[in-house]
Design a protein around this ligand. Structure first.
Ligand code: FMN
Length: 187
């Protein structure tokens, strides 16, 4: 059966480089896999009362149901103040509850971080990994994917430019599929 890999970009910005990288990854899915971008638009800030008092917002229900269908996850994260942007952390929190029903458990993951800056969101990459350890996701170790100068990777409205970074992203996606095959647990 076809495996579904969810791609989560940690930005709501219309012209987000993270979203553009996510879009560039979609067509790289090999046979037998489907790469699906999962939007984080409209997810309310997590409030435990919603779960505790059976007042779960529709946006949480849709997100959780969508993520339950997914077999693995690629996170494309920018960096806010040397850490994971709130929108992505919020999605992790929403998906982790109710306790015992996490959408993340045991799903092989990869973290691709990016920034217009040279440090390439190293801080966000590793803060995200910290949460993924707790969420019991086997996260690809190598290659580590730090994409610097994200603002130079795209033409005005075009696809990812040809070059070293594009090749590296293709290799990283290939490595992730191998990682997925080694670590996926059948549902
Ligand atoms: C609140 C805020 C904090 C930021 N902090 C960092 C940072 O710590 N490191 C960094 O490299 N860029 C930082 N940036 C710049 C982002 O890398 C840049 O806005 C980037 O385009 C955001 O990702 P996106 O294009 O996917 O929306 C910050 C931007 C904002 C709005």
């Amino acid at each position: 059966m076809e495996k579904i890999i969810g791609i989560l970009a940690g930005s709501l910005r219309k012209e987000s480089f993270s979203k553009k990288i996510a879009q560039a990854i979609v067509p790289l899915a090999p046979e037998g896999y489907r790469f699906e971008i999962i939007s984080l638009d409209g997810l309310e800030v997590y409030n435990q009362d919603f779960d505790d008092h059976n007042e779960v917002p529709e946006s949480y229900k849709v997100f959780r149901e969508t993520m339950h269908q997914v077999d693995g996850v690629m996170f494309i994260t920018p960096e806010y103040n040397r850490s994971v942007p709130g929108v992505l952390k919020n999605a992790l929190d929403i998906g982790s509850r109710p306790a015992g029903k996490s959408v993340w458990d045991q799903k092989p993951a990869a973290v691709f971080s990016n920034s217009p800056g040279n440090i390439a969101a190293f801080g966000a990459n590793h803060h995200l990994r910290q949460s993924l350890v707790f969420l019991n996701m086997p996260v690809m170790q190598q290659p580590e994917v730090y994409l610097a100068k994200a603002n130079e990777l795209f033409d005005d409205s075009g696809p990812l430019k040809e070059g070293e970074t594009k090749k590296f992203i293709e290799e990283a996606v290939e490595a992730y599929i191998k990682w997925f095959d080694r670590n996926a647990v059948s549902k």
